[in-house]
Design a protein around this ligand. Structure first.
Ligand code: MLT
Ligand code: MN
Ligand code: ZN
Length: 298
């Protein structure tokens, strides 16, 4: 079976350590006492040869260096077939600018996310005669690499931070924030790196799934405020937290998902410390804490 995923970056925007952050976790990562993590991205293959990268993080250059599956196979030949975007956030699109060296691949996204790219002329650096842009409608299935099918579905979320107006709907359902259902010959997996709440629609979709990568931004909603790092709750940022009555650990308990993997973890999240009580709690509930380089077979 060749269907597998590789976590290119397990951290949320900023990474671990974040360049300007002196929090406990970031300091420990700088000292080499906990593993550093790059920003949010996962690669999938269905045949073991051709890969799709889900989200293009600002760390994509290093991620390609570190992942032998994605190394060139010829002078200018790469196993990369496509990049699929789940929202227009900087940590998910900025890496596209690194991929501007006349390398053919396809960018898949909803019309709403393509529109965000189109509004920013800098993305024209990806010459459209070389890098194809394809729009996927919600609930339409497309082949994003040989034998690798992907279907996008709406997930509660908000517009990117840099497009926020005065009033922000943090649980908007539409084309701005999507999840991905990947499948090949009877096997499947879900990738949902940003999610404000697990509504009935999502619960129904994920019930009994073999593998789910899920938004692990914060351990608890007020984490950034308590750490003295900001004024926003996780909910305001469009992310549900792991812990608590309305957290993801509790929400997944009756969903019967075989493999659950947290990704997109903010550098304040205590689960990033291998010896933390929070890490033990999450693992005891059946969660895998995603790490850079980790290979996950559905
Ligand atoms: C998020 O996941 O909330 C965003 O990536 C935040 C950001 O754009 O800095
Ligand atoms: Mn993010
Ligand atoms: Zn930090």
């Amino acid at each position: 079976m060749n269907f597998r995923a590789r976590i290119l970056g397990a951290a949320a925007g900023g990474g671990l350590p974040q360049w300007n952050c002196g929090c406990n976790n970031c300091n420990l990562a700088r000292l080499g006492k906990i593993p550093p993590q790059t920003q949010s991205s996962v690669a999938f293959t269905a045949n073991g040869l051709d890969w799709a990268v889900l989200n293009a993080s600002p760390d994509i250059r290093q991620q390609f260096v570190d992942c032998s599956d994605l190394h060139p196979t010829g002078l200018r030949e790469l196993p990369l077939r496509s990049v699929l975007l789940t929202n227009g956030d900087i940590d998910h699109v900025a890496g596209l600018l690194t991929l501007r060296e006349m390398q053919p691949f396809t960018i898949y996204a909803t019309a709403g996310i393509h529109e965000v790219l189109d509004q920013n002329p800098i993305f024209a650096a990806l010459n459209t005669s070389v890098v194809t842009r394809r729009t996927i409608s919600l609930d339409q299935t497309v082949e994003i690499a040989p034998d690798l099918m992907a279907e996008l579905f709406p997930v509660p979320g908000k517009v990117p931070l840099y497009l926020e107006g005065e009033n922000v709907d943090t649980e908007m359902m539409g084309e701005q924030t999507v999840g991905v259902h990947l499948s090949t010959k009877g096997k499947d997996a879900f990738y949902i790196p940003g999610c404000a709440t697990l509504n009935d629609d999502l619960r129904e979709r994920l019930k009994g799934a073999g593998l789910v990568f899920f938004d692990g931004t914060l351990w608890q909603d007020e984490e950034m405020i308590q750490a003295g790092l900001g004024k926003k709750t996780g909910k305001r940022m469009g992310h549900m937290s792991m812990f608590g009555n309305d957290g993801s650990i509790s929400a997944f308990t009756d969903l019967d998902v075989a493999k659950k993997v947290f990704v997109h973890m903010n550098n304040t999240n205590p689960v990033l410390r291998p010896d933390s009580q929070e890490r033990r709690t999450a693992e005891a509930a059946g969660w895998i804490i995603g790490q850079d380089g980790m290979e996950i077979v559905p």
